[in-house]
Design a protein around this ligand. Structure first.
Ligand SMILES: Nc1ncnc2c1ncn2[C@@H]1O[C@H](COP(=O)(O)OP(=O)(O)OP(=O)(O)O)[C@@H](O)[C@H]1O
Ligand SMILES: [Mg+2]
Length: 392
C-alpha cells in the first residue's frame, strides 16, 4: 500500500506539467477524482479553464502492483474515443491531447455531470438516458463495422486499434475467473446443483466464443452505468471510459448495460422504490427500441432485420446473464449492491440469481418484454417500503 502511495505521489509533477501544456498556463489546482479501480483521473484547473487528465498506470490499481496491465491501453482508448465521437457526435467528451509518453490524455471536463450509477443510487432519475444510449449503440454498429470503406470512418480502425492486452484482460475477468470451479465450493449462496453448474459453464463457453470470434463493430467494451455521465439540469448525456474498446458483437455492449439496469432495478425493488423501478423499466425499453429503430438504416431486408433482431435479443440475454454473474462473483462488484444493508443485499442477490438463471437458460425470448420481465417485479408488500424508511 505504501509503495502504491509512493507511485501516486511521484506522478503528480508529470500530470501538472501535462496540464500546463494543455491549458497553456499555470495549473492552480489538481484534484484526483479516481474511483481507484484501474487508472488515475485528475481535474486540472488553470486560469484558462479546466480539463480531465486520465493517466494509465502499469497495473490494476484495485489489485495492486502484482497485477500488471499495459499502459498501451490509453492510446487505444484515445483512438476509440475519437472514432466514437465521430460516429456518435455530441455523445462523448472531446479528446484534447495525448501526452508524448502516451500514458496520459486530456479530455474535455464535463461540468455538472455525474455518473448515472450514483444518480440511480440517489434517486435522481433523468429522462432520455436509455434512448440516447440506444442511439449511441446503433451508430456504433452502423458506422464502425470492419468493412470500413462503407462505414464512413476515414481510418481502418480495426487495423490500428491494438488493445489486445485489454481484450484478454476482459476475457479473463468476465468469462474465466468468475466461472472457476472454486466458486461452486466457496459460495454456498449459489444454490449449487449440477444443473446450475452445467448452465453456468455452458453460458461461459458460449458467450466467450461469441465475444472472441465476432467482429460486428468497435464496441465500447465496458458500458456499465458508471461509464455514463449525466447532467441532471441540462439532461446532457455522455459516454466515457473506452479503455476496453475492441471489435466484438454489439449484443455484448447491449447486454452489459441492460444487466446494470437490471441490477439497479433490483436494488430499487428491495428498497421499495417504485419510482425507480418504473424509471428503469422505461430506460431499458427505450434503449432496446431506440437501438432497433436504427436497424432499417443499416439493412434493407425486413425479413433479415426480423431474424437479426431475434438473434441479437437472444445474445443480449446471454451477455446480460454473464455480466450479472461476474458482477456478483468476480473481482469488480458494483456499489448498487455493496451499499445495501445486509438483508436487502441478500434479497437482491437472490433476485439477481433468479434473473441470471432465466437469462442464461431460457428458450429464445420472442419479445423484449419476455426477456426483460422474465422475473416479474411488483411491490406487492407495502411493508417493504415502510421497512426501508426505518432503515434510512
Ligand atoms: N470528461 C470527464 N468530465 C468529468 N468527469 C469525468 C470525466 N471523465 C471521467 N470523469 C470522472 O472520473 C471518474 C472515473 O473516470 P473513468 O471511468 O474514465 O476512469 P477509470 O479509471 O477508467 O474507471 P474504472 O476504474 O471504473 O474503469 C468518472 O466516474 C467521473 O467521475
Ligand atoms: Mg475504466
Amino acid at each position: 500500500m505504501e509503495k502504491l502511495a509512493r507511485v501516486a505521489d511521484d506522478q503528480e509533477p508529470e500530470v501538472m506539467s501535462f496540464g500546463r501544456a494543455v491549458l497553456g498556463g499555470r495549473v492552480h489546482s489538481l484534484e484526483e477524482v479516481s474511483h481507484g479501480n484501474i487508472n488515475r483521473i485528475f481535474i486540472a484547473r488553470a486560469e484558462a479553464g479546466e480539463v480531465v487528465i486520465k493517466m494509465a498506470v502499469p497495473f490494476v490499481r484495485k489489485l495492486g502492483l502484482s497485477s500488471p496491465l499495459t499502459v498501451g491501453r490509453l492510446q487505444s482508448e484515445a483512438l476509440a474515443l475519437q472514432v466514437h465521437s465521430l460516429v456518435a457526435p455530441g455523445l462523448l467528451p472531446q479528446l484534447l491531447s495525448l501526452d508524448p509518453t502516451k500514458t496520459m490524455m486530456a479530455i474535455e471536463y464535463l461540468r455538472g455531470h455525474s455518473d448515472w450509477r450514483e444518480q440511480l443510487g440517489a434517486g435522481i432519475y433523468v429522462a432520455g438516458v436509455g434512448s440516447t444510449l440506444g442511439l449511441y449503440l446503433a451508430q456504433i454498429m452502423r458506422k464502425t463495422r470492419p468493412d470500413y470503406p462503407r462505414s464512413g470512418v476515414p481510418v481502418d480502425v480495426a487495423a490500428t486499434l491494438g488493445n489486445i492486452a485489454m481484450r484478454s484482460f476482459s476475457e479473463n475477468v468476465i468469462f474465466v475467473a468468475p466461472f472457476s470451479k472454486k466458486i461452486w465450493t466457496s459460495r454456498p449462496s449459489l444454490k449449487t446443483s449440477q444443473d446450475v453448474e452445467r448452465i453456468a459453464f455452458a453460458l461461459a463457453e458460449r458467450t466467450r466464443w461469441l465475444f472472441t470470434t465476432r467482429r460486428d463493430c468497435l464496441l465500447h467494451g465496458d458500458l456499465h452505468t458508471g461509464a455514463v455521465l449525466v447532467n441532471p439540469l441540462s439532461s446532457s448525456i455522455k459516454v466515457i471510459d473506452l479503455e476496453f474498446a475492441n471489435y466484438g458483437p454489439v449484443s455484448f455492449d447491449i447486454g452489459v448495460i441492460l444487466a446494470h439496469l437490471k441490477i439497479a432495478q433490483i436494488r430499487a425493488h428491495v428498497l421499495g422504490d417504485r419510482k425507480g423501478m418504473v424509471y428503469l423499466d422505461q430506460q431499458a425499453q427505450d434503449l432496446w427500441h431506440g437501438f432497433l429503430r436504427a436497424l432499417p438504416d443499416i439493412f434493407e431486408s425486413p425479413a433479415w432485420i426480423e431474424r437479426l433482431t431475434e438473434q441479437l435479443l437472444q445474445e443480449t440475454s446471454w451477455f446480460a446473464a454473464m455480466e450479472l454473474f461476474r458482477r456478483t462473483h468476480g473481482v469488480f462488484p458494483v456499489s448498487d449492491l455493496e451499499t445495501l444493508p445486509a438483508q436487502h443485499k441478500r434479497d437482491a442477490e437472490e433476485r439477481i440469481f433468479d434473473t441470471w438463471l432465466s437469462w442464461a437458460d431460457a428458450p429464445s425470448p420472442r419479445t423484449f418484454d419476455d426477456y426483460w420481465g422474465v422475473v416479474p417485479m411488483t411491490l406487492k408488500d407495502p411493508a417493504l417500503s415502510t421497512q426501508f424508511r426505518k432503515i434510512a
